[in-house]
Design a protein around this ligand. Structure first.
Ligand SMILES: Nc1ncnc2c1ncn2[C@@H]1O[C@H](COP(=O)(O)OP(=O)(O)OP(=O)(O)O)[C@@H](O)[C@H]1O
Ligand SMILES: [Mg+2]
Length: 414
C-alpha cells in the first residue's frame, strides 16, 4: 500500500509498504530530502540517493525489538507475527520524534493524530504488561508500538503528562532504582538529564520519566548520526561520532559527552549503546539544539551481579571503549565536577532505598555493596581528575567498541 512519509505536516516522501512483512518495498518519490530521517540519504558518485535498505532499516528499527522482554507472549496474545506489523496500526507515530506515515488517499493532519497532544489507547500497553487482549474494541493507536529498548515498558498519560514506565529484570529488579540513583548523581553534578522517579504496582518497582521530546523538538539517536557517513580509517568510534556532530553543526557535544562518560564511570553503566544517547533538533527548522538530556542509565551498578561480587566484577563498557578506565580517558575536561556536591550521596541513596518494599528485591547486603561501589568510584574519579592536566590522545583505536549492541536480557530473566 502507498503511504506518504510525513514529518509533522510536511510530506517527505512517497513510499510503498508491504503490509504482509511490514517493510518498505519502494521509495516512489522524495519531496523533501532534508527532512528524510537522518542517515537514510547517501551521496554516491556525486549523486544523492535515498537507499531503500537504509530507510527500511530506520522504519523497522522503529518497531519494538524482538529482544524486548516478554514480547513473544504479547505478540501471541495479539495474534500478530512480528512487531514490525504493529507500526502501520499507529501510523508509525511515536513520542520521541515527529515522523509518521499517512495513506496517500488521506488528508489527515498532524494535529489530529500525534500522540503529544492527542490521547492514545492503553490497550497495547496493557498487553505488553501481560494483560489478555481486550476482545471488543481493541485500539492499536499507541506510542508503545514504536518504543525501542529491551526492557518491558509502556507510555501512559498521567495527570496530562506523557510518561514512560519501565520494568526491571529479575531477580533484583534493580534498573528502576538505578535510574533514580543516576538521577540524584546528575542532579548534584548539574548534568542535563531526564529525572526518573519510582512507582510501585503490585509490589513491583517501575521507573517513570516524562517525555523529554516536545511538539517542537525531536530525538535523533547517536546511532543515526553515525549513519551519516562511514568511519574514516583514522577515526575511532568516539571521533567518528564527535566529528560528524561538528560537521553537522551540533553545539557543545564534547562537553556533554564528558558529562555522560563521567556519569557512566560513576555508575559503571554497562549499556550506553548508541541508541541510549543522542541529540535534539528542532523538527520544523531542523536546527540542532544540542545533546539530549541523559536517559536510560538503569543497566548499571552491577544490576545483575551477585552482591558478593559487586566489589570486584568487570563491568562491560560502551559505547566507545571496552573498559570504563579507557573510556574515561576520552574526557577532555574534569574541572566542572564539584566533588563537594557528592558529599552525603551515600545517605541520600540509603534514603531513596528505604521504602519497605525495596528489600524484597534489594536486600541490605546488596544495598551496602551498591553504595560502597559508588563511593569507591567517586574516590577513583577524584584521583583521575586531579592527575588530569593536559588533553589526552583521543584518537587511539585501542579497546574500541566495534559493534553497537544493546544489552540482551534473554529469556532466562523473564
Ligand atoms: N523520556 C523519554 N522521552 C522520549 N523518548 C524516550 C524517553 N525515554 C526513552 N525514550 C526513547 O525510548 C527508547 C527506549 O527507552 P529506554 O532506552 O529507556 O529503554 P530500555 O529498554 O532501557 O533500553 P535498552 O534496550 O537500551 O536497555 C529510547 O532509546 C529513546 O528513543
Ligand atoms: Mg535504551
Amino acid at each position: 500500500m502507498k503511504y506518504t512519509l510525513m514529518h509533522k505536516n510536511l510530506s517527505v516522501a512517497q513510499i510503498e509498504i508491504d503490509e504482509e512483512i511490514g517493510s518498505i518495498s519502494k521509495i516512489i518519490e522524495i519531496y523533501h530530502e532534508k527532512h528524510m530521517p537522518v542517515g537514510t540519504v547517501y551521496t554516491m558518485h556525486h549523486e544523492t540517493k535515498a537507499q531503500r535498505m537504509a530507510l527500511n532499516h530506520w522504519w523497522t528499527g522503529r518497531s519494538i525489538p524482538a529482544s524486548r522482554s516478554g514480547i513473544r507472549e504479547a505478540l501471541d496474545e495479539l495474534g500478530v507475527y512480528d512487531t514490525t506489523l504493529l507500526l502501520t496500526h499507529c501510523m508509525g507515530l511515536s513520542l520521541s520524534d515527529h515522523y509518521w506515515i499517512r495513506p496517500t488517499n488521506s488528508d489527515v493532519k498532524w494535529e489530529d493524530v500525534n500522540f503529544f497532544t492527542n490521547d492514545f489507547s492503553d490497550d497495547i500497553g496493557d498487553v505488553l504488561f501481560g494483560a489478555p487482549k481486550k476482545q471488543v474494541g481493541f485500539d492499536y493507536s499507541s506510542p508503545d508500538n514504536t518504543s525501542d529498548g529491551n526492557l518491558k515498558k509502556r507510555w501512559k498519560i498521567i495527570h496530562g503528562k506523557r510518561c514512560l514506565l519501565k520494568d526491571g529484570i529479575k531477580p533484583y529488579r534493580q534498573q528502576p532504582f538505578n535510574e533514580l540513583i543516576a538521577t540524584k548523581i546528575m542532579e548534584r553534578l548539574g548534568i542535563y538529564h531526564v529525572p526518573y522517579t519510582i512507582i510501585w504496582e503490585d509490589g513491583k518497582p517501575y521507573s517513570m520519566c516524562e517525555d523529554f521530546v516536545t511538539t517542537e523538538t525531536e530525538l535523533v539517536s547517536a546511532w543515526r548520526m553515525t549513519q551519516l557517513r562511514p568511519k574514516a580509517n583514522h577515526e575511532n568510534t568516539y571521533l567518528h561520532f564527535v566529528n560528524i556532530c561538528m560537521e553537522s553543526g551540533v553545539p557543545d557535544v564534547t562537553a556533554a559527552l564528558d558529562r555522560m562518560l563521567v556519569l557512566d564511570y560513576l555508575i559503571a553503566n554497562e549499556d550506553r549503546h548508541m541508541n541510549n544517547f543522542g541529540l535534539l533538533r528542532n523538527a520544523d527548522t531542523l536546527e540542532w539544539i544540542g545533546f539530549a538530556p541523559i536517559f536510560d542509565s538503569g543497566t548499571s551498578l552491577g544490576y545483575n551481579t551477585d552482591a558478593a561480587q559487586l566489589g570486584s566484577y568487570d563491568a562491560v563498557c560502551k559505547p566507545f571503549k571496552k573498559t570504563h578506565g579507557e573510556q574515561l580517558r576520552l574526557v577532555s575536561d574534569f574541572s566542572w565536577i564539584d566533588f563537594a556536591k557528592l558529599d552525603g550521596i551515600e545517605d541520600e541513596i540509603r534514603e531513596l532505598l528505604s521504602d519497605e518494599r525495596v528489600p524484597e528485591w534489594i536486600d541490605e547486603k546488596r544495598k551496602n555493596a551498591i553504595i560502597a561501589g559508588i563511593t569507591n568510584r567517586i574516590h577513583q574519579l577524584q584521583t583521575i581528575a586531579m592527575a588530569h592536566t593536559s588533553r589526552q590522545d583521543f584518537s587511539s583505536q585501542e579497546d574500541d567498541v566495534e559493534e553497537d549492541i544493546a544489552e540482551d536480557y534473554g529469556m532466562e530473566f523473564e
